[in-house]
Design a protein around this ligand. Sequence first.
Ligand code: GLU
Length: 516
Amino acid sequence: MSERKVRVRFAPSPTGPLHIGGVRTALYNYLFARQKGGELVFRIEDTDSNRFVPGAEAYIIEAFGWLGIKFDEGVSFGGNYGPYRQSERRDIYKKYVKQLLDSGAAYVAFDTPEELDAKRKEVENFQYDAHTRLGMRNQLTLGEEETQRLIAEGTPYVVRFKIEPGEEVHVKDLIRGDVKIMSDVLDDKVLYKSADELPTYHLANIVDDHLMEISHVIRGEEWLPSAPLHVLLYRAFGWADTMPEFAHLPLLLKPDGKGKLSKRDGDRLGFPVFPLEWHDPKTGDVSSGYRESGYLPEAVINFLALLGWNPGGDQELLSMDDLVRLFDLTKCSKSGAKFDYVKGQWFNREYLLARPEAELAPEFVRVFAAHGIDASEEQAAAVIAMMKTKNIEVEEGGVKKKRSISFVRDFYPLCDFFFKAPAYDKEDKFIKKNWKDTSSADMQELAAVLEGLADFSVESQKAAVEAWVGETGKKPWNAWRVCLVGEGKGPDMYELAAFLGKEETLRRMKAALEAL
Ligand code: GLU
């Protein structure tokens, strides 16, 4: 058993956009597989046709492509264990349903939805199980002959798993240890429905994990309640020896309170809960995504990897390779992980600072073009270099606060003055405060000093301006900022002037002198 090849899977149901918690689950599967030299399978669990959402599968594949989570086999990736879409595996499941029926581990039931509803109304907390099944319409109460007759007549039926009471079921979980539960609390779960000739999640999941030789089931905590049933199913099939090991990952919790992280939290506090923007095909609603919100994929990966696990020590910036090396499934926490989206912004800032400016430039150009400002990539890279460590003021969750530049979009409107001369409004607070009685004369002198420069580099300006300042004792900085920026922001004045060039610098100074 210990020699078993590591094969893990990520098995989403295509019921909508992939939630960020699902991304974390896939990431942990990926890290585990890479570290162990194993394989990661991408399986689509689409046996519930009522919940099928067109476009969801393609969305999920695109999201993982963007994030750099690579699958070794599965839907769209190929492999030897296919098909990997459960709706294409109907015939495979039928054989296994028959096996359970033949061995008596499962039975056919004819109760209609209406009959079940009536039962639920009549009996409080009704559960279809050992105590109630003999009062229902099924193979056990109707007998073999009647059952076969009804099936032959085309009566719709389901197949239910026959859970025997009085047994302590053990789920061995790599994170939670030995999880015990009495079989009495489990109900006779539906495994198959004749109406669509498809198994339910539970049966398809177990059969596929077995046939695809899955060694470890790493999934969200919300699936832990299904695990005892899964253990019993493995045993009923006679596959107990090759049952995968389980690891149920901690929930992602609200950033500011108790309970599960939801899309509403994201809407309320202003952060995405989906990797990519999602356009709901039914309602037309658009939900924001990490990609479109300006996150870098490596920042999202680093942030998610540390929600529920950490390698100890104080190093937080970890590349995918670092994570593969350090990841330890058994060290994941049992309790939920607070979704600290501000920390996510911090990660993005760190990765933004680490990226070469030229790589950020195209996005900068797009953002500014959307605001009607033409910038070349070269200009963009220069502005990013001057401004990337600055702060901006933002409103988040109704509160105004300062934070460092964390996204390329943060450069607008902070950097608009690089491309647009100020308006020089006499009543403007900053201008009023910084344009003094002496400012006109000072700026005329400074303009004359600059005018004489053939070389307009930072060094050359600095030498000339400092000589003039040394001689005259003038303090031209605030008034000069009024001329070139019009506001109390921006980089070092020499750097700004060098970026604008001599002509534009003098033009702005002249315009300020005329207006003020
Ligand atoms: N189809 C389930 C989901 O949507 C898979 C759960 C599991 O990994 O067993 O997450």
